[in-house]
Design a protein around this ligand. Structure first.
Ligand SMILES: NC(=O)c1ccc[n+]([C@@H]2O[C@H](COP(=O)([O-])OP(=O)(O)OC[C@H]3O[C@@H](n4cnc5c(N)ncnc54)[C@H](OP(=O)(O)O)[C@@H]3O)[C@@H](O)[C@H]2O)c1
Length: 280
């Protein structure tokens, strides 16, 4: 990649950012399409967030990805927030053309699941009620899921998310329960957004076992390290369809790429770069 006077800059902001997988994924995409763009990362202290956004505008930076801890706070400094991002209450992508914020995490998960099944009219159980669950839940509603059950250790938190999703008017059957009460009998899609099974705790008891699953189930694990989590192994054992966490990373990146550039993201190139960085 040749950096020239004309090179367009996009970047990740967060605190910290040094372990991000996004720079190799996006730079591989720009290179494959021979685009005069570079993707870098900036560690931004929370106290400097407003200056970082104003500075990026002044420097004609084209776009940001936004990660922890800035996803909520940064919305204050934007002109416009995409409708679903606004319901979610967090953004992970900024387009400086119009200083507009988007949330591509949830759409990333929905597209990952969309590789094996259609979300429309499905009965979905989602475990966890944190940031990832919130982003995914609103997109499940937007893409026509019929029924959503949010399971969490802290049931009040799950109920708050259920209330918010219901209030969006995008879906009319949303409920919450304790994660201990997992019942997958009539469920089409199970989504894990808890860190259970994440490296280094790869031997944690998964949130659901093969005995609780059935072969028509689709199981998506947002955990991407390891690639094949204990939960996905249980799914494979019972003949259910696994969807790997890496695909959510991939499709959220692809969606951001398309927002900034208006060009179709080269999915295969991005996936290859991501796998190389993650080592699988
Ligand atoms: N593939 C991707 O692109 C992608 C993107 C985003 C996140 N993720 C992954 O998704 C996971 C969650 O991220 P997040 O940002 O949503 O985190 P978060 O906001 O901290 O939420 C974590 C959720 O998991 C629950 N939880 C934590 N430890 C648990 C345990 N031992 N047993 C049962 N439930 C537990 C918490 O329940 P309580 O409320 O009861 O504490 C909470 O609902 C992480 O593993 C992250 O790496 C993946």
């Amino acid at each position: 990649m040749k950096i020239k006077g004309s090179t367009n800059v996009v970047a990740l902001i967060g605190h910290p950012v040094e372990h991000s997988f996004s720079p190799p994924m996006h730079n591989a995409a720009f290179k494959s399409l021979k685009m005069d763009y570079v993707y870098t990362a900036f560690d931004v202290n929370p106290n400097d967030l407003e200056n970082a956004v104003a500075g990026a505008q002044a420097l004609n930076i084209k776009g940001f990805n936004v990660t922890i801890p800035h996803k909520i706070e940064v919305m204050k400094y934007l002109n416009e927030i995409d409708e679903v991002a606004s319901l979610i209450g967090a953004v992970n992508t900024i387009d400086f053309k119009d200083l507009k914020g988007y949330n591509t995490d949830g759409i990333g998960a929905v597209k990952a699941i969309g590789e094996v099944t259609n979300i429309k009219n499905k009965n979905v159980v989602i475990a966890g009620a944190g940031g990832a669950s919130r982003a995914i839940s609103f997109y499940l509603a937007k893409y026509g899921a019929d029924k959503l059950t949010i399971l969490n250790r802290n049931v009040d938190k799950a109920q708050k998310l259920a209330d918010d999703v219901l209030a969006s008017g995008l879906i009319d059957d949303v409920s919450s329960d304790d994660i201990k009460n997992m019942d997958l009998k009539d469920v089409d899609i199970l989504i894990n957004t808890t860190p259970v099974g994440m490296h280094p705790n790869v031997d944690d008891v998964p949130i659901a076992s093969a005995e609780e699953m059935h072969e028509d189930l689709v199981v998506f694990d947002a955990v991407y390290n390891p690639n094949e989590t204990g939960l996905l192994k249980e799914a494979i054992n019972v003949g259910a369809k696994p969807v790997y966490g890496i695909k959510m990373l991939l499709y959220q990146g692809a969606e951001s790429f398309e927002i900034w550039t208006g060009k179709k993201a080269p999915i295969d190139v991005m996936e290859e770069a991501l796998r190389k960085t993650l080592g699988f």
